[in-house]
Write a protein of this length. Structure first.
Length: 605
């Protein structure tokens, strides 16, 4: 089959009408380069031809020559300022060039002239949405739908705006409408699941999911995206079901194994998580995330020999591309006697507190150890065992060796039986401890509600910026079975916004809030050393208590971090720690009942 011939007949080469008709035919057929040549020929003879100016601007726009396109639209508007369609197209060019204020003005002029079309209100909505004027944008998308109820773009835009405005029920309704308009459009289905999840409309997710299972039953790529969306929506059992079904279609798909591994991890099924992590890493040998997830699985299983070698992959993760690399030899296990050694902190504050113990290990082997940690830990790190100096910015050096804290285990060939390496490696200044003990004594003496008893610190929430914090933190009101224990003086070590939970909770009457008085981690360390027990969710305070050998009970969620291993209630890292493990994601009631019983025994002892 031959392509149609779009060449201009010689017989009409000087006929403006024929040239225009030929240009229009080329334009309609998508032959924009040929149309541009013809429209330019027309304008060479008729420079004020509005049709040619407008169509030339459109043709140039279609071939991404926006600067020239803008020139011809402006010329067309000079000739025909009453043409709303040209104003609209001029607005589109301005918007694409990032000139949002100008675009808005062009669109409003078009609306004033025409009363508005569906496409015009849609484009004006897009412009306002880019300017973050969401309420105004919403109004124009609604206008577009009044004129054209099936305008898919406007429905999807309203759904996204509703999400940004946290109107989750509206967002879910709009995504349902978008899905009904184009039910073969997988991206809409994925966003619909996310919206229904935020709106807590699980039954409708079930209905959509049943449809998708059938519609994409043999499409492994679509099922992979669906499994990911279900994980994002925290429908972990459904994600597993979809991923397993998709693996029957495409057993070599590493992402499907990854999706299954993540979901099994969240539910606390670590053998299944481990198996799929192994397969994901095997299918994607050069992918940093798959390799790092395998390291976490190995470490959680206690396979330190392989896990620490594999852990090096964390340096290749995108978020770690800017990790510092001091200009000294990186330690690979060489003798350190008499050597100046820089131990570099990394990852979270809890990680750095846990691995500050490596300074003492190095010091006992003859090294002179400096540590480089984040600013909040500077004072605590200066008093750590084996530390000569602690820095919170790049130290001047020089050093014979440096090593990241979490790379130390690989080079020192750390195995579980070697732990904890050292205990009580963090100690607050004696004067600071005495100051806080005096403060706690004063609080106890002034408290007529309870006779002096065990002093117990409590931390019920972690950093709310952590994406899974809602599964790790426990609202204070749920702690009532624990806080009702007699013979206990409670001290809240909570900092930040969550310390205010104690104000709003009925438990406030029994908890002394120290948060407003705590200035630094050194204060928290001194307080912890003055307590009989700390009960905490998995936060930096757990590491602080373990590092100074204060008894600490740690409540860990189903997706427990690798450092807490599995199926044990103690920690080789912290001999003073006792673990209380959640058995069902999101449910803390049975865990808190266990803590309450253990506390009764602790008080009675």
């Amino acid at each position: 089959m031959h392509e149609p011939d779009f060449s201009l007949p010689t017989s009409v080469s000087n006929d403006i009408g024929a040239i225009t008709a030929h240009a229009d035919a080329c334009f309609a057929a998508g032959r924009h380069d040929m149309a541009i040549v013809d429209y330019e020929r027309v304008l060479a003879t008729q420079p004020h031809n509005v049709h040619a100016l407008h169509r030339l601007g459109l043709a140039l726009f279609r071939v991404d020559r926006l600067d020239r396109s803008r020139v011809y639209f402006d010329q067309a508007l000079n000739v025909a300022p009453e043409r709303a369609d040209i104003w609209e197209h001029r607005g589109l060019i301005a918007a694409l060039g990032g000139e949002l204020i100008a675009a808005e003005a062009f669109y409003h002029r078009a609306v004033a002239l025409s009363g508005g079309t569906a496409s015009l209100h849609r484009n004006l909505g897009d412009c306002l949405k880019l300017s973050k004027r969401l309420v105004e944008a919403r109004g124009h998308y609604l206008e577009a739908l009044e004129l054209e109820p099936t305008l898919h773009h406007a429905v999807r835009s309203l759904a996204r705006i509703s999400t940004e405005l946290e109107r989750y029920q509206d967002a879910a309704d709009y995504w349902l409408r978008a899905w009904s308009l184009e039910s073969t459009h997988l991206p809409d289905a994925l966003e619909l699941i996310a919206a229904l999840s935020k709106a807590h409309r699980g039954a409708e997710i079930d209905s959509v999911l049943a449809d998708l299972r059938i519609r994409f039953a043999s499409d492994a790529s679509a099922l992979q995206q669906l499994a990911f969306a279900l994980n994002e929506a925290e429908r972990f059992r459904d994600a597993i079901s979809i991923a397993i079904a998709a693996l029957a279609v495409d057993p070599l798909n590493g992402w499907l194994h990854h999706n299954a591994s993540y979901a099994f991890n969240m539910l606390g099924d670590f053998p299944a998580m481990h198996a799929h992590a192994v397969e994901a890493a095997r299918r994607m040998p050069d992918h940093p995330l798959m390799q790092f997830n395998l390291a976490a699985a190995q470490l959680r299983a206690g396979d330190y020999e392989n896990g620490w070698k594999q852990y090096r992959w964390h340096e290749a993760l995108p978020e770690n591309h800017d990790l510092v690399r001091p200009a000294y030899p990186e330690w690979q296990g060489e003798r350190v006697t008499g050597r100046r050694f820089l131990l570099v902190g990394e990852q979270g504050l809890g990680d750095q507190l846990q691995f500050l113990r490596m300074a003492d290990w190095l010091h006992r082997r003859g090294a002179q150890v400096d540590v480089w940690v984040e600013a909040p830990l500077g004072e605590v790190a200066r008093s750590a065992a084996g530390v000569r100096a602690a820095w919170t910015s790049a130290p001047p050096g020089p050093y014979d060796y440096w090593c990241r804290m979490l790379s130390m285990p690989e080079s020192m060939k750390l195995e579980l039986p070697m732990l904890p390496l050292t205990t009580s490696y963090l100690r607050a200044e004696p004067a600071q401890v005495q100051r806080w003990r005096t403060r706690l004594d004063a609080i106890g003496a002034a408290d007529a509600r309870e006779p002096p008893g065990k002093r117990v610190g409590i931390v019920w929430a972690g950093n709310p910026a952590y994406e899974l914090d809602r599964y790790r933190s426990i609202p204070l009101r749920q702690w009532l079975p624990v806080l009702q224990q007699t013979g206990v003086q409670w001290f809240a070590l909570q900092k930040g916004e969550t310390q205010n939970d104690a104000v709003a909770s009925r438990a406030d009457s029994s908890v002394h809030r120290l948060g407003p008085e705590i200035g630094t981690f050194a204060d928290t360390l001194a307080i912890v050393q003055s307590l009989d027990l700390v009960i905490t969710v998995d936060t930096a305070v757990a590491h602080l208590a373990g590092a100074c050998d204060t008894p600490v009970w740690v409540l860990v969620p189903t997706f427990t971090d690798w450092r807490w291993l599995t199926a044990r209630d103690d920690s080789p890292w912290y001999p003073s720690a006792r673990l209380f493990r959640q058995r069902e994601l999101g449910r803390w009631d049975t865990v808190l009942d266990e803590v309450a019983q253990a506390l009764r025994d602790f008080v009675a002892d």
